[in-house]
Design a protein around this ligand. Sequence first.
Ligand code: HEM
Length: 285
Amino acid sequence: MFIRDWWLRLRHVEGCDGSVLLDGSASGPSEKDAPPNLTLRAQAFIIIENLRRLVHNACGSIVSCSDITAIAARDAVVLSGGLNYSIPLGRRDGLTFATRNVTLANLPPPFANTTTILNSLSQKGFTPTDVVALSGGHTIGISHCTSFTNRLYPSRDPTMDQTFFNNLRITCPTANSTNTTFMDIRSPNVFDNRYYVDLMNRQGLFTSDQDLYTDSRTRSIVTSFAINQTLFYQNFVSAMIKMSQLSVLTGTQGEIRTNCSRRNSNDVFVLPNIENDQEGKLASF
Ligand code: HEM
C-alpha cells in the first residue's frame, strides 16, 4: 500500500542506485534527510527493507536494494490499476549518497514552472513528452499542504479553479498547515489518466503540475493523455524504464547491500558523493 506512494517519486538524485535508502553517517546527513525528501513516508523504507529480507532469505544476497525498489515501484503501479511492464534488472547498490546541496540541485520543487522542470529533466535526457508522462505519477498519492500553499496564500493562484481553491483552503487553513490531501481529486487511488483531466479543469495541485497545461510546449501533450489513456500508459512506461536506468551501477561496481539502509562495510564511513549525475548507463538484464 505505502510502496506505491514512494519510489514513484523521482527521488534517486544520483541515479537508480538505492542512495536515498541510506542512513546518514558521521560524514554527514543522508540524502533522505535533505529537505525535498523529508516527506517520503518512513513506512516505505521499512517495507523496502522487509522485501529485501524476504528475497534474500529465499535466494541469498543476490538482489540489490535498488532492483527491489524499481520492481516495487512497478508493482505499485500495477496494483493501483496501471499497466504492467518489464524492467531491466542487474543494478547494484551505491556506496555513497548525495549531499544536501546536490539533492536540492537535482530535485525540482513543486513550485517550479514548466521551464524549470523541462530544463532540469532535459539534463538527464528526458523529452517534454517524458516529463508530462512522468508527472502522471501524481495520479495517485497524497501531498502535504506546504507543498502547494504557495498557490493558496496570500491569494488564489489565478490558474487554479475557484471551487478547487475553496476546498483546499478548508483542508489547509494556514500556509504551514501539516494536513494532507489527495493529489488526483477524481480517482486518488487509481493509476489512470484522470490527473490530466484534472489539469484541463485547472485542478492540478502543484505549480509544476498545473503549469504543464498552461505552457504551450506541453499543453497538447496533456490533452493527448487526457483523451487517450493507452497513450499515457505507453509513454509513462517508456519514461519510467528510462528513469530506472539513470546512472545505474552494474558488474563489480557498488555492492549488494545486506541491509538497505547501510552499506555492507561499516568500518568505512559512508561518504556523501560530491559528484553530480553522470551519463545514464544500461543495466544488464
Ligand atoms: C516533475 C517533478 C516532480 C515534482 C516537483 C514532484 C513533487 C512532489 C511533491 C512535492 C510531492 C508531495 C510531497 C508531500 O508534500 O508529501 C509529491 C508526491 C508524489 N509524487 Fe511527485 N514530483 C515530481 C515527479 C514525480 C514523478 C516522476 C513521479 C512518479 C513517476 C511522482 C510520483 C509521486 C507520488 C506517487 C507522490 C505521492 C507520495 C505519497 O503519497 O506519499 N512524482 N511529488
